[in-house]
Design a protein around this ligand. Structure first.
Ligand code: SF4
Length: 334
């Protein structure tokens, strides 16, 4: 089967999966123990490929993991994007590095001199478990000073405003936050204001907060639309090309984008083939028949949760499917 994937319109280049945090919501399962990093050689090849296929591209961002963990690589990436003419919207950060005014200003000026024009700073109860608001506030305040008031985005403003009444020096365990505000309120904010994606670590660590349904509840639709979408794609440190929602599932090698955009032959990738043709229903039936996958009697919170559970089972069974990548994702979900 030849699967058509539209050339990228927007997305992120992830320089690493390493992060000082191990956030409960992290779709990419980033953590301090992940050690995948983009090499300079791969980065240049990927940027040249994006440039070649940029007919619909509006902009890319730099993300992770936490890209500010390696300032030299971050600066190199910003310079190369400018040089190769891949439009850069912003760098995404949790602000962990902003613990002192002068140092924060020096880092941001350095990135601005390299070509950076904007910043996206995370503010959420998941980040608040690890990063006190003092640092988030500083990254935003000095970011606005350096890039201008309209060039610093906060995800989300709602959480940022809510946390301004807290002691800025403290972190807050998620369960304490949950007890304080009540489960119903917290869940509603996560879904409607934060647009929580029920995949990756979120599907494992936050599942207890959501209604579970049997596998068959999610049958009847394919994942062709999600897998072929040109929006919010990700290119990871191992050069995996990943559709926006589908962490842990590689569509191919981003150093050779023509192999992805010229009609992808799914025959060597049975997991992708099942999902693209028959959705989680086809994946479930195939995994049950071929590998003995058994439905979780507790159910699943979303189709992406079911998909993840099957893929995780296949990795645990030591199967070797090329599309189950990066493999480090599957051991960092808890
Ligand atoms: S079910 Fe799997 S393939 Fe489909 S959108 Fe979710 S993660 Fe992607």
């Amino acid at each position: 089967m030849s699967f058509e994937i539209s050339p990228v319109s927007s997305g992120g280049i992830h320089l690493t999966y390493q992060c000082p945090n191990r956030c409960a919501h992290c779709i990419y399962a980033s953590s301090p123990s992940r050690n995948e990093w983009m090499t300079e050689e791969n980065l240049i090849l990927i940027l040249e490929q994006i440039k070649q296929h940029s007919q619909f591209l509006t902009g890319m961002h730099i993300g992770g993991g936490e890209p500010f963990l390696n300032l030299d690589l971050l600066e190199f990436t910003i310079r190369k994007m400018d040089e190769i003419e891949v439009p850069l919207d912003y760098v995404e950060t949790n602000g962990f590095w902003a613990w002192e005014d002068q140092k924060t200003r020096r880092i941001l000026k350095r990135m601005q001199n390299a070509g950076l024009r904007g910043l996206l700073v995370s503010a959420s109860p998941f980040h608040l478990e690890f990063i006190p608001m003092d640092r988030v506030n500083r990254a935003i305040r000095i970011g606005r000073e350096v890039f201008g008031p309209d060039r610093v985005f906060i995800y989300t403003n709602n959480y940022y405003d809510q946390f301004q009444t807290l002691d800025p020096k403290i972190t807050v365990p998620f369960d304490e936050y949950l007890d304080e505000l009540g489960e119903e309120h917290v869940v509603s904010e996560m879904v409607y204001s934060y647009s929580l994606i029920p995949g990756g670590r979120a599907a494992i660590r936050l599942a207890r907060l959501f209604t579970h349904q049997p596998a068959s509840h999610y049958f009847g639709e394919t994942c062709a639309k999600e897998l072929s979408s040109p929006h919010h794609i990700r290119i990871d440190p191992e050069a995996n090309y990943i559709a926006g929602l589908c962490a842990g599932l590689s569509l191919g090698d981003a150093r050779q984008l023509h192999t992805i955009y010229n009609g992808l032959d799914l025959t060597p990738y049975p997991i992708l083939e099942n999902l693209a043709q028959g959705g989680v229903e086809a994946l479930y039936n195939w995994a049950a028949q071929e590998y003995g996958y058994i439905e979780n009697p507790l159910g699943y919170i979303a189709k992406c949760h079911l998909c993840l559970d099957i893929r995780r089972y296949l990795v645990d069974k030591k199967t070797q499917f090329m599309e189950l990548a990066p493999i480090g994702f599957y051991s960092e979900l808890d």
